[in-house]
Design a protein around this ligand. Structure first.
Ligand code: GAP
Length: 446
């Protein structure tokens, strides 16, 4: 099993992921994606979109604004309940998420329940805790021309212009449900999908890109007729496995379904299955599949005064649809992909990424950099492959062994080398990343 520090080190060394604002000493819970990371991230997102939206007739996409009308978050329950249990050590003054430092307690833990666990402070080792307080995880900001001095003079202004960075992409879907029904007239059941940034002021961001303050989500709200949610839940559950295992190449044995008990479920959910993954630091939630009932649409109808009902074209029956929500974080999926691909062999480190996710499909290089005829021929082959496959890289640095080492670490499935025989017979050496075997093939066969 790969160690987290090895993956972090490879990601930095090879330009996948850097700490956010690295040059200023970082910004906890934020990460920047370098050239290789951007390629991997985009491929993961594109494959998700292709599987869930482009390949289906029952899914529609949206790309909603990140800053939404603050009434969104009142109706959704986030203003009231999107909070983690915060506890402070009275000795060293460090603050923690209570359910992450004590065993066997849930997010709804009370002060008494927490104290009964006799947890010691992870920093100073003392057992001297303050009360559990609810810490709302939404980032707030001000929208409009409100100056700090205006707020000082009139504190009511602080409340007036307040807005939130969205903590889930889901609400951008729910608030567009009516627009889509009124413009696309979809048959039931149908889904609306969105990918984009979400922000959470996590008390303790941790485990590399697993728990971030700024992350990207890929979410679907799947609208169904009330009374049909169970069959649709089951269908989406199976499709999640197909996507995670078949398209993302995650090992079946590392994915575990967890039926989330009522006390741990989000405020909107009547049933949730968390898809857990064996990450390097232990089993953690990769994604969730939740039955959100008609909670969101009914709340939006109440808050906005606009009808959220759907009229069945065949039966004329009207109802507020119920919703099944598959939701996954891009960074968590990326970490699962990286951890599954990372492999240390006797004399090399290799990222055995599935071909559809590898940043580059081919690396092309001349055997010798100082032979113009080889470089010219290699450039020719590079241009041909680049046109055909797009994701092709050029490498003429160092010796051939060093190039293979680098391409293994970034997960390039095939290295193509142009040598003197190429000039004679038009064949090239193709080296396979996983087996390291080399074969000679004609350029046209690539
Ligand atoms: N709309 C439902 C929702 O947001 P969630 O369980 O809070 O539910 C869904 O989040 C998914 O988003 C998680 O399963 C995880 O993959 C990802 N996610 C949530 N918080 C995250 C964080 N702080 N950092 C990285 N990914 C996160």
């Amino acid at each position: 099993m790969a160690k987290m520090e090895d993956i972090v080190s490879l990601c930095k060394r090879r330009g996948f992921i850097f700490p956010g604002s690295d040059v200023y000493g970082g910004m906890a819970g934020t990460w920047d994606f370098g050239p290789l990371g951007v390629l991997l991230k985009r491929k993961i997102m594109d494959e998700w979109w292709n599987y869930w939206v482009d390949q289906r007739d029952d899914m529609y996409g949206v790309d909603a604004a990140i800053i939404m009308n603050p009434r969104t978050w009142v109706a959704s329950g986030h203003v009231g309940t999107f909070a983690d249990p915060l506890v402070e050590c009275k000795d060293c003054k460090n603050r923690f998420r209570a359910d992450k430092i004590a065993d066997g307690i849930s997010e709804s833990v009370t002060t008494e329940e927490f104290l009964a666990t006799h947890t010691k402070c992870p920093i100073c080792g003392k057992e001297n805790w303050g009360p559990i307080r609810k810490f709302n995880m939404m980032f707030s900001t001000h929208v409009g021309a409100v100056l700090p001095e205006d707020v000082n003079e009139n504190p009511e202004l602080a409340e007036k212009g307040i807005a939130y960075l969205r903590p889930e992409t889901a609400q951008g879907i729910f608030t567009n449900y009516k627009n889509i029904v009124d413009t696309i007239y979809p048959d039931m059941p149908f889904g609306i999908a969105q990918q984009g940034k979400a922000f959470r002021n996590e008390i303790s961001p941790r485990d590399f890109i697993l728990r971030d303050r700024e992350c990207s989500q890929m979410e679907i709200e799947y609208f169904v007729a009330p009374g049909t949610w169970e069959e649709n839940f089951e269908k989406l559950r199976k499709e999640q496995h197909e996507f995670l295992e078949g398209v993302m190449g995650l090992p079946v044995e590392k994915i575990h379904e967890l039926e989330v008990p009522e006390e741990d479920r989000a405020h909107y959910s009547k049933r949730t299955i968390d898809f857990m993954f064996d990450y390097p630091n232990g089993e953690e939630e990769l994604m969730g599949l939740a039955y959100r009932t008609d909670f969101d649409l009914a709340n939006i109808q109440r808050e906005s005064g606009k009808k959220m009902e759907y009229r069945d074209k065949n039966t004329n029956e009207t109802y507020i649809p119920h919703v099944i929500e598959p939701s996954i974080g891009v960074e968590r999926l990326m970490l699962a992909v990286l951890a599954s691909a990372y492999s240390e062999e006797e004399d090399r480190i290799v990222l055995k990424l599935p071909e559809n996710l590898a940043p580059y499909r081919f690396c092309v290089s001349p055997l010798l950099k100082n032979k113009p005829e080889l470089v010219a021929k290699a450039r020719e082959v590079y241009e041909i492959l680049k046109k055909k496959y797009t994701f092709v890289t050029w490498d003429d640095s160092g010796n051939i062994g060093k190039r293979y080492k680098k391409q293994d670490e970034i997960g390039t499935p095939k290295c193509v080398v142009i040598d003197f025989d190429t000039l004679e017979d038009g064949t090239v050496t193709v080296r396979d990343r996983d087996t390291t075997e080399q074969v000679r093939v004609r350029v046209e066969e690539l």
